[in-house]
Design a protein around this ligand. Structure first.
Ligand SMILES: Nc1nc2c(c(=O)[nH]1)N[C@H]1C(S)=C(S)[C@@H](COP(=O)(O)OP(=O)(O)OC[C@H]3O[C@@H](n4cnc5c(=O)[nH]c(N)nc54)[C@H](O)[C@@H]3O)O[C@H]1N2
Ligand SMILES: Nc1nc2c(c(=O)[nH]1)N[C@H]1C(S)=C(S)[C@@H](COP(=O)(O)OP(=O)(O)OC[C@H]3O[C@@H](n4cnc5c(=O)[nH]c(N)nc54)[C@H](O)[C@@H]3O)O[C@H]1N2
Ligand code: SF4
Ligand SMILES: [Mo]
Length: 731
């Protein structure tokens, strides 16, 4: 997040900090009593926030007769507005999952054989600390890397930074939203953020390019989408597959995969040629419009038709539809946008289209988020790293503004710019999240230490030297969530039930490891509540009240330019950059230019993938409540293509990719709802970890088949929609 255009809210000055400790402890007992309304056989309701995905919805968990009974949305949570998605509701299944990790494990056989010995926490942490010290003395502390995804990684980050580790990454940049944030930064000078600053609720016209809301269940967006559809908003959906969202659309554009940039350029051509864009907005805030407009002349709808398969008349009609509702026309920026390797430029085209429509900073477009200002805990300074990070050597990806996970993997493989010898992996199943599993495994073979902190025996845990079992989110305190959103608020995650076995929360693991490493000074607080209470009180808020309510609110800030949200753009020109001199200077196209995606081998299908409403990535397939709703994935094949292959719905097949990798068996869904040159499956299935007894072998894994990826030259993202498969009937 850039600071320039973000507004933070600080309720009371920090003079109350000193009073925090004493007042807090006295009221803590009261809050606990308040939360525990009802006797031992009654019902207890505890507010917390969800962790089945990264949306962090406010939840209220009920415990009846000592058992976790149900989880509902917290009505005072602005993100979920009292309603969780199916995955959040099924969160109980993560607590009761019989396949959970129960105790710390140390490897006894070869890496990847999944053979373990149960050890005590002390033994496990001693083992890790000894090897981390050796790595630091042999190679320097920068030779340890941390992969951590989600809020639960906060404390391990703290411990590792205190140790001198600077190589820290998550798959959320180079495998997820990175290109989008780069494309929008280059144009508007700011990110789209997470939760996205999209005002879907108020959109008059909503354009979804791949964003498959309804299958992608990010809660607020799905609720606002339903509101918009219910209100009769005009919906334009672009997808090679007739998605759930497409079924609600006024215009469905079944695009040839990989050609979206051609469509975007043609749309902008029409808006400019027919003078349908927001001329006042462009004149007031835009930079380089003339050069931009001149570069669009050849991108006619007739030209785009040949690339995309979308009729010129439809391209014109949809461009005019967008203009009709502007500035309340929201061209959704998407989230998982690492598709073809030119994704930052495609995302920039999405940003430019929104700029033409004047939707940034406008109601029904992109609002200005704000958050509570919660002061950081006053820790000692971290040591200064003596070497730069390895993920982006020489800044070869000049516009990457976050660490590139696959860059750390490359450095581990090559030993350049310097060797990476240890990985700590927190809550990310790298074997399923990074493209090319073989590369990940080869990188792991270079390591002296692989530690995985997980809740279930995931694929990445199967390769670890040490596996640390974490308490699930319903069993632990965690970092505070002062979200950037439509209104400032602060949310607390707190334990609802105890961990069933010897699992521990991340903060305990991180602090205990710090102590073993001789870094106890970095943990001046004795328990996590002391830390939480300090920060909440420092912000002038009441910790007991937060515990009791789960969420505290700040005053709503201006959301749109015409309400007083500042129209500031943190670009070099301080304007919306239709023409980007910084791209030009770095040797890239200042205005996006289209190149067609290379075709696959004859007779093969492009492999596409996405989400199912009842699962998150590769983390929920062993959750019995959620696997009851969907226990395996299916492969969508166009019905004509299927019948040509002699296949019908429910037949089992295997998918073979261009490099000879063959999937697990998977059921066919023969359907008119997908274009003939591609197939589609839901990500996260086809588990190969034997410890996941329930999920093992059910469905096929896209991750196994994604052996190729194309790296985005602007920011190092890995486009993964460039793999092709043939379909082989299973006897
Ligand atoms: N092939 C393919 N690759 C992809 C994607 C895709 O669709 N297909 N999607 C990309 C995208 S958009 C993203 S955001 C990333 C997601 O990548 P990841 O965040 O790595 O997603 P998961 O596969 O769910 O792996 C999460 C791991 O954390 C563990 N876990 C769950 N809860 C906890 C907890 O409370 N504590 C701890 N310690 N561990 C926990 C889970 O068991 C699991 O092993 O993947 C990217 N990579
Ligand atoms: N239920 C559920 N919801 C989730 C998640 C989850 O795991 N489970 N994960 C969350 C996360 S972190 C993310 S990043 C998002 C991801 O969700 P989104 O950002 O919405 O979607 P993508 O994964 O980019 O895209 C999948 C869609 O793109 C279409 N598609 C594929 N190729 C092309 C193409 O070339 N052009 C066009 N126009 N469309 C194409 C596919 O058919 C599919 O409908 O979902 C979030 N929501
Ligand atoms: S969207 Fe669903 S899974 Fe994600 S945090 Fe919200 S309720 Fe939980
Ligand atoms: Mo993502």
């Amino acid at each position: 997040m850039n600071s320039l255009s973000r507004r933070r809210f600080l309720k009371i000055a920090t003079t109350t900090i000193l009073a925090a400790g004493v007042a807090g402890r006295a009221t803590r007992a009261l809050a606990a009593a308040a939360a525990a309304n009802g006797g031992p056989s009654g019902t207890r309701r505890v507010p917390t926030y969800c962790d089945i995905c990264f949306w962090k919805c406010g939840a209220i968990a009920s415990v009846r007769n000592g058992e976790l009974w149900k989880i509902e949305g917290n009505p005072s949570d602005p993100l979920c507005r009292g309603r969780l998605c199916p995955r959040g509701t099924g969160g109980i299944g993560a607590h009761t999952d019989p396949d959970r990790l129960r105790a710390p494990l140390i490897r006894t056989n070869q890496r990847g054989e999944e053979k373990w010995e149960e050890v005590t926490w002390d033994e496990a942490l001693e083992y890790i600390a000894t090897r981390m010290k050796k790595i630091a003395s042999d190679h320097g502390p920068e030779s340890m890397a941390l992969f951590a995804h989600g809020v639960g990684g906060t404390f391990l980050k703290h411990t590792l930074k205190a140790y001198g580790v600077n190589n820290i990454a998550a798959p959320s940049f180079a495998q997820c939203r990175g290109p989008r944030d780069v494309g929008f930064r280059l144009t508007f000078g700011d990110d789209v953020g997470s939760p996205e600053r999209t005002d879907i609720e108020n959109a008059g016209c909503l354009v979804l390019i791949g964003s498959h809301l309804g299958e992608n269940m990010h809660n607020t967006q799905v609720q606002e989408f339903a509101t918009a559809v219910g209100r009769g908003a005009s919906l334009i959906v672009v997808d090679p597959r007739f998605s759930v969202a497409a079924s609600k659309a006024k215009f469905f554009l079944p695009i040839k995969p990989g050609t979206d940039l051609a469509l975007l350029l043609a749309w902008m051509h029409v808006l400019v040629a027919e003078k349908l864009y927001d001329a006042d907005y462009v004149a007031k805030y835009g930079f380089g419009f003339e050069q931009f407009a001149a570069s669009l002349t050849s991108y006619t709808p007739e030209w785009a038709f040949v690339e995309t398969g979308i009729e010129p008349g439809v391209i014109r009609a949809t461009a005019r539809e967008m203009a009709r509702y502007h500035p309340a026309t929201l061209v959704h920026p998407g989230r998982h946008v690492n598709w073809y390797g030119d994704d930052a430029q495609r995302s920039r085209a999405v940003a430019l289209l929104n700029a033409l429509l004047g939707s940034w900073g406008r109601k029904g477009g992109f609002y200005q988020p704000s958050s509570m200002d919660i002061p950081a805990y006053p820790y000692p300074h971290y040591p200064k790293a003596s070497r730069p990070t390895v993920d982006n050597p020489g800044r070869k990806f000049p516009f990457a503004h976050e660490a590139i996970s696959t860059g750390i993997r490359d450095a581990t493989l090559t030993g350049q710019p310097y060797p990476i010898k240890g990985w700590m992996v927190y809550a990310t199943n790298l074997l399923n999240a990074l493209p090319n599993q073989a590369e990940t495994i080869r990188a792991i073979q270079q390591l002296d230490l692989l530690v995985v902190v997980d809740v279930i025996p995931s694929e990445i845990a199967g390769w670890a030297d040490v596996v640390l079992p974490e308490s699930i989110y319903l069993e632990r305190f965690d970092e505070l969530n002062p979200e950037y959103f439509k209104e400032p608020f602060l949310a607390l995650r707190q334990p609802v039930v105890e961990s069933p076995n010897d699992q521990k929360p991340n903060w305990w693991i991180a602090r205990s490891l710090a102590q073993k490493l001789g870094l106890g000074a970095y943990y001046p607080w004795k328990d996590i509540e002391e830390y939480l209470e300090y920060r909440v009180t420092a912000a002038g808020l009441s910790y007991p009240e937060l515990k009791q309510k789960g969420i505290l609110h700040g005053p709503r800030q201006p959301l749109y330019f015409d309400e007083g949200a500042p129209a500031e753009f943190d670009t070099p020109s301080k304007k919306i950059e239709f023409y980007s001199l910084q791209l030009e200077k770095a040797g890239f196209d200042p205005v996006p230019r289209y190149t067609p995606p290379p075709p696959g081998p004859a007779g093969s299908f492009r492999l596409l993938f996405g989400r199912a409403p009842m699962h998150s990535f590769s983390r929920t397939q062993s959750n019995r409540l959620l696997s009851d709703l969907m226990s395996e994935n299916v492969v969508w094949i166009n019905h004509t293509a299927a019948s040509r292959l002699g296949l019908k719905t429910d037949d089992y097949v295997r998918l073979r990719n261009q490099d000879g990798v063959v999937s697990n068996r998977i059921k066919v869904k023969a359907t008119e709802r997908i274009r003939p040159e591609c197939v589609y499956l839901v990500h996260g299935f086809g588990h190969t970890s034997r410890g996941l007894r329930h999920a093992f072998g059910k469905g096929a894994s896209d991750s196994q088949l994604i052996t190729r990826y194309r790296t985005d030259p602007l920011m190092g993202g890995t486009g993964m929609n460039i793999n092709f498969v043939t379909v082989e009937p299973e006897a």
